[in-house]
Design a protein around this ligand. Structure first.
Ligand SMILES: *Cc1c(COP(=O)(O)O)cnc(C)c1O
Length: 473
């Protein structure tokens, strides 16, 4: 019996080429069957279709057509971030060139825990992480699975530098992964500074730093997940300096503005942080995962040092083999840097900056459409590419039901946020190909879902009907 073909080696190219055709055809078939940004019918319908397509998960004898079957099923049931009406989350449509680079990584399968598994990949990672760190005004960076892991490592570095009583001080607008990292690392309960305007108020931060015993780690946000707001970074940096405390800036969303001449200045103050979380699977158009933690002082990363004879023996290091183990908390690790490097070099600063400018421009246009429409309220003019809006005079239950109705019918994918206690619909625009007509169509869909043609009997009933799927299409 012949063994299954390998992706690399002498037969790799011949084996992969027809499989890639299969994958591309199955992706297209699945997308056509879906016909919109999200599969229709909600979780039960999707689960049933997946069960049908998969059948026996581990059959006694293999099924050669499994690749086509499963890829098609995944595509049919996908939330497609490349669809202009898929705009809920910081869930970007990946660039073709980055995805192609990621295929090369899967073929070569380097692992970044030792030089002898990744000679060129480790050299590339060192080069590109330092270049990206310098873009952010830092000096070195490690690659992470995203903003969550970057925030965790930021807190870990603070703990190793300042002791296990270091206390996280962040705004109520900070990402949930920050307090969670404090919990994970066994740090004292964080001080959460109220942020009623959506950004961290320096005066309230000053009070918190004075009132609570240190040492402290202040975490500010450059691009909140809910509203895309940027904390007043220069004022916060000045306060941290005055109080002599460490500053981390979570720029998982806003970090991409660095590529844009027009928007970069919104990140003024970023370079004053001790550590910075960046996420190129958001405003960077990378397939997941593509996170980074940048640091001002490379020596801070020494906290991650680790020694084990099979990966970084002293005599190997003395003989000149690079030490990679201290560049991550993970051991086996995929070179996510290749797709990033290919993207940076293919598009250049101007190409990436143009993508950033386009999505920010789309957000401004969408906000203007909302503002000019008597049936909708706009929360605020967008800072980055997030627009919060809601049907005028609607209760929170209606807003929630409208969102679920659009999901249920597979018509549009919108997020939700409660910036002021009230529930708002959230459009996070990350697709540079979205056209003004798509934005108008999105608003029309929301309007239709809010005011179904059937006469509502009472305000809540209309929303219920939507969830039940009784709305006319
Ligand atoms: C998305 C996000 C994170 C988490 O990043 P992941 O890549 O999802 O782990 C952290 N902080 C902010 C501000 C974010 O928007």
């Amino acid at each position: 019996m012949s063994t299954p073909a390998l992706a690399s080696g002498p037969e790799g190219r011949g084996a992969l080429r027809p499989l890639l055709d299969t994958v591309l055809d199955a992706l297209e078939d699945g997308a056509r069957a879906r016909g919109g940004p999200l599969p229709a019918g909600g979780p039960d319908a999707v689960t049933a279709r997946v069960h049908d397509a998969v059948g026996d998960v581990l059959p006694q004898d293999g099924e050669p057509d499994a690749l086509r079957t499963l890829v098609r099923a995944l595509a049919e049931g996908a939330a497609d971030p490349a669809h202009p009406l898929c705009a809920a989350h910081l869930h970007c449509p990946p660039l073709a060139v980055a995805t192609a680079a990621d295929l090369a990584v899967s073929v070569l399968n380097p692992s970044l825990d030792s030089w002898d598994q990744a000679p060129a990949a480790s050299a590339l990672e060192a080069l590109v992480t330092r270049a990206l760190a310098r873009e952010a005004g830092a000096s070195d960076a490690v690659v992470t699975t995203g903003g969550t892991e970057a925030n965790q490592i930021a807190l870990l570095l603070a703990r190793e530098l300042h002791g296990s009583d270091v206390r996280l001080v962040c705004g109520a607008n900070a990402h949930h992964s920050l307090p969670r990292a404090a919990w994970l690392l066994g740090l004292p309960d964080p001080v959460i500074v109220p942020a009623p305007t959506g950004t961290l108020d320096p005066a309230a931060l000053d009070k918190a730093l004075t009132a609570h015993p240190g040492p402290h780690l202040v975490a500010a946000t450059a691009g909140t997940t809910d509203a895309g707001l940027i904390d007043p970074l220069p004022e916060i940096a000045a306060l941290c300096r005055a109080h002599r405390v460490r500053l981390h800036i979570d720029a998982a969303y806003g970090g991409g503005l660095l590529f844009s001449d027009r928007h970069r200045e919104k990140l003024a103050g970023l370079e004053r942080a001790h550590s910075i979380a960046l996420d190129l699977h958001k405003l960077g158009w990378q397939p997941v995962a593509a996170g980074l933690l940048a640091v001002r002082h490379p020596r801070d990363l020494a906290a991650l040092d680790q020694h084990t004879d099979y990966l970084n023996a002293d005599d190997d290091l003395a003989a000149g083999l690079p030490d990679l183990l201290g560049r991550s908390l993970r051991t086996t690790r995929r070179p996510d840097i290749l797709k990033i490097a290919v993207t940076l070099k293919t598009l250049g600063r101007s190409g990436l900056g143009a993508l950033v400018d386009q999505v920010c421009g789309r957000a401004r246009e969408f906000a203007a459409l909302v503002q000019d429409h008597p049936g909708f309220d706009l929360y605020a003019r967008p800072t980055i590419s997030t627009v919060l809006f809601r049907p005028a005079h609607a209760g929170d239950d209606t807003v929630a039901a409208v969102r679920r109705s659009l999901l249920h019918h597979g018509h549009a994918v919108l997020g939700r946020a409660r910036p002021d206690g009230r529930l708002w619909l959230k459009a996070t625009l990350l697709n540079a190909d979205t056209r003004p007509t798509d934005l108008a169509a999105l608003l029309a869909l929301v309007e239709k879902a809010t005011h179904p043609t059937t006469e509502p009997t009472e305000p809540g009933a209309e929303a219920e009907a939507l969830v039940e799927g009784t709305t006319p299409r």
